[in-house]
Design a protein. Structure first.
Length: 77
């Protein structure tokens, strides 16, 4: 989490917006106290692969789970 003053936020709004857009939470202070908080509108995808998900699924349940192969095949599209 990044903290900036109100003045820094006004002067560098583009930079602060880019930080929030990239996943960083930015707290803007006024008079030394938290005033507003900018948070990302959307969560970033984890970037974990389908193979990693399959391996984790196999550790949880070694037996095939009904419908799992269909879900995994749709996730590759």
């Amino acid at each position: 989490m990044k903290t900036v003053t109100k003045q820094q936020a006004v002067l560098g709004f583009d930079m602060i917006g880019d930080l929030a857009h990239s996943g960083e939470t930015v707290t803007v202070t006024h008079g030394g106290k938290p005033w507003i908080r900018l948070v990302p509108a959307f969560k970033k995808k984890s970037g974990k692969s389908v193979a990693a998900f399959k391996a984790r699924l196999n550790r949880i349940s070694p037996k095939p789970i009904p419908g799992a192969s269909e879900v995994l095949s749709r996730s590759r599209r």
